[in-house]
Design a protein around this ligand. Structure first.
Ligand code: HEC
Length: 171
């Protein structure tokens, strides 16, 4: 069942790739009205939405606390801005990946499905409902620092935690 949705998601979302410059604070992503703020997006990732609880600070799928379902290793995943935005707002049907928009499967179209159509496969509702600007900023951050980045490096760790963090010695 889940794989069926997944195929639908991918088929619906094969749009032009978006490029966000590596270290850029402000970036352009498809579908966003204005330049996105990747630094603000980092705060949504680590604090506001708590993505790191299930995906880990680096997005590698390391759970940051007991009881959280392990999220996908996003460092191995290629998704464009449009796909990311829909997944964040709508969640992943049939999985523990929550939806972070309160209108998902209602006034917000999600993978072409209404609440009735998604039925039992409807993903859990996230603890917060994010504004579209927050989602765009988050997408900018993910594209710049997380998605498809490969194994965690010391550089990535110092970039995230700050240049003098002893925690990063492990990488
Ligand atoms: C409660 C745990 C949890 C939280 C919180 C969470 N995720 Fe997830 N996420 C998951 C799980 C589990 C999956 C795998 C879904 C599946 O089985 O396909 C996933 C999948 C994803 C995917 C799809 C990856 C792919 O290969 O298709 C993206 C992108 C993603 N999460 C981003 C985020 C972002 C960004 C946030 C914060 C706004 C977040 N997640 C918060 C658990 C979580």
């Amino acid at each position: 069942m889940r794989n069926t949705w997944r195929l639908g998601i991918l088929a619906a979302l094969t749009t032009a790739a978006i490029v966000v410059a590596g270290g850029a604070r402000a970036a352009e992503i498809e579908g966003a009205a204005t330049l996105v703020d990747a630094e603000a997006g980092k705060r949504v990732w680590s604090q506001t939405a708590g993505c790191i609880r299930c995906h880990g600070w680096a997005g590698d799928g390391t759970v940051e606390g007991p009881g959280f379902p392990a999220g996908t290793n996003l460092r191995k995943v290629v998704l464009d801005a449009v796909a990311l935005k829909e997944i964040i707002r709508c969640g992943v049907p049939g999985s523990a990946m929550p939806s972070f928009n309160r209108n998902a499967y209602g006034s917000l179209p999600c993978f072409g499905m209404t609440a009735a159509q998604v039925g039992q496969q409807r993903p859990p509702t996230g603890e917060v409902s994010l504004a579209d600007t927050q989602v765009d900023n988050l997408v900018g951050y993910l594209l710049a620092k997380v998605m498809n980045r490969g194994p965690i490096t010391k550089e990535a760790c110092l970039d995230y935690y700050g240049p003098t963090n002893a925690f990063c010695e492990r990488y």
